[in-house]
Design a protein around this ligand. Structure first.
Ligand code: THU
Length: 159
């Protein structure tokens, strides 16, 4: 019998350990979260992407009375970036999430569908995306690449 062992590294940071660019991106993710439309789950998520042209693209979750028609914050942001800056590369992504009525201290990772969407752009641009995620306060988790969050990713090479 053979086995494949998968190793992922996540770095745990405090806010004080972010550099100025990352701190600004964190603030932009929080601002994005404040604009979430989440009347059904009341769970609000904000995402901010830093592009290599210096532009920051923000997204928040957008829900719908027909529940599956809603979209996560990460995909709102990444599809906006793909649609409006198709040649730009995504350098960093910051995500914050929490129920709207309390400040969660637990880092909230992007859901599986969002990981798949982020993977597509990481493959497309050929440089890794640094992904930071947190609750509303407390520790910040950082992954140097989407690959840490989605081992055995399905991609165009499988088609
Ligand atoms: N949500 C996100 O925006 N991103 C994720 O990665 C996980 C979930 C949103 C979708 C929905 O509006 C709410 O959080 C509860 O699932």
């Amino acid at each position: 019998m053979k086995q494949i062992n998968i190793h992922s590294t996540i770095t745990i940071l405090t806010e004080q350990e972010l550099n100025a660019i990352e701190l600004d991106l964190k603030n932009q993710a929080f601002e994005a979260r404040s604009k979430a439309y989440a009347p059904y789950s009341k769970f609000t998520v904000g995402a901010a992407l830093l592009l290599d042209n210096g532009v920051v693209v923000k997204g928040s979750n957008q829900e719908n009375a027909a529940y599956p028609s809603g979209l996560c914050a990460e995909r709102v942001a990444i599809y906006y970036a793909g649609a409006n800056y198709p040649d730009a590369k995504i350098v960093k992504m910051f995500i914050t999430a929490s129920p709207q009525d309390r400040d969660l201290e637990l880092p909230i990772p992007p859901c599986g569908s969002c990981r798949q969407a982020i993977a597509e752009y990481e493959f497309k641009q050929d440089i890794s995306i640094e992904i930071f995620f947190m609750g509303a306060k407390g520790d910040i988790y950082k992954s140097d690449s989407l690959k840490n969050l989605l081992p055995f990713v399905f991609d165009k090479n499988h088609l």
